[in-house]
Structures are given as structure tokens and as C-alpha cells.
Design a protein. Structure first.
Length: 187
């Protein structure tokens, strides 16, 4: 008897994004955001998902896949085909995405100063896991002149609640560790 892949579709705070929670591990940490179809080339799972009419974004997290649909696309046309693709590909022996993307998602820079290391530590151990529960992620872009720039991804990339998450959640928490932090902004 073959073990069946367990997959659960879950709503997110973003009405255009669904998170598929799986009982497999794609990454040890981080995420891979396929926010445009071209970025998915050479990565079987997101490439297949972009073939579903109405899907505009795919994000691979540690143990989930988030899909974002166009405002005009109905879930009734997107959800079942996307679920079938995820089940089929994740149950196969195929390479789901480019290994170089996985390596990049899991790599940390050794050139970071103490403040940046502290910020990334809080992001990686507290904030990113919390955001992942809603099918999203945030990527560290820069920390210059006491301003932290992040890229919101997955369900968070165009969610109405992302500004609240950024200002009230991330910014407030990071100020506890980095009192000199002036602001957190997104690109």
C-alpha cells in the first residue's frame, strides 16, 4: 500500500490566495516566490501551476504552496486544477523546482553586521514562521540608515492586511531588539 500525500487547502487573510499545507518538506528554511510566470521556467511545480488559467503567483514555503489568483478568476475554476497538479507532482519523483533556487532560499550571508544578523534572526525564527501560517513570507532586502526594507511574498504580497502586518507586527517586534530602527518599508 502506497502512502497517500496529505494536502490541506487553507484560506489566508488575502482573499485571492490559498495555502496548500502538505506533509512533505520542500525547504529547510525560507521560501521561493514565483511572483511572475517567467521566474517559474525550469521549475516543474510552479510552471505547471501557472498553466492554470487565472493563477498569477506561486510561492513555495517550507511545507506549503501558496497560489494567488487574479481578481477576475473564480476559485471554482482555479482551486481543483491547482490541487490536482500539486498532488500529482508532489507524489512523483520529479524535481519540483530548480535546485539553485532552493539553495539560494536556504543560504544566509556571512558578511552581515551584528544589527543585520539580529534582524534576520528575529525574522527567521519568529516573524517568517508566523507569516507562513497565513501562506506568505517576507524577504530581507536591505537595512540602511536605520530603515529596513522587506519584500512581502505569497499571500502577503498584495494582501489588504500586509501594511498592518508590516507596521504593527514586524516593525514593533524588531524595535524591541533594534531600538535604533526608524521604519520598516516594503518594496
Amino acid at each position: 500500500m502506497t502512502e497517500t500525500l496529505k494536502i490541506t487547502a487553507m484560506p489566508t487573510p488575502n482573499p485571492n490566495t490559498i495555502k496548500f499545507l502538505l506533509d512533505i518538506r520542500f525547504l529547510e528554511k525560507g521560501s521561493i516566490d514565483f511572483n511572475i510566470e517567467e521566474k517559474a521556467k525550469g521549475s516543474a511545480l510552479p510552471e505547471a501551476l501557472f498553466n492554470v488559467d487565472g493563477i498569477e503567483g506561486v510561492m513555495i514555503g517550507i511545507n506549503f504552496v501558496s497560489i494567488t489568483k487574479a481578481d477576475s478568476a473564480g476559485w471554482e475554476k482555479v482551486l481543483e486544477p491547482a490541487s490536482d497538479i500539486i498532488k500529482d507532482l508532489c507524489s512523483s519523483d520529479k524535481e519540483l523546482f530548480d535546485p539553485a533556487l532552493k539553495e539560494k532560499a536556504e543560504t544566509t550571508s556571512s558578511e552581515d553586521n551584528d544589527v543585520i544578523r539580529k534582524i534576520k534572526d528575529v525574522l527567521d525564527n519568529e516573524i517568517r514562521p508566523a507569516i507562513a501560517m497565513d501562506g506568505g513570507d517576507c524577504e530581507f532586502i536591505s537595512y540602511e540608515d536605520a530603515i529596513l526594507t522587506l519584500r512581502m511574498q505569497g499571500a502577503c504580497s498584495n494582501c489588504p492586511s500586509s501594511v498592518m502586518t508590516l507596521k504593527m507586527g514586524i516593525e514593533n517586534r524588531l524595535r524591541e531588539e533594534v531600538p535604533d530602527l526608524k521604519e520598516v518599508v516594503q518594496v
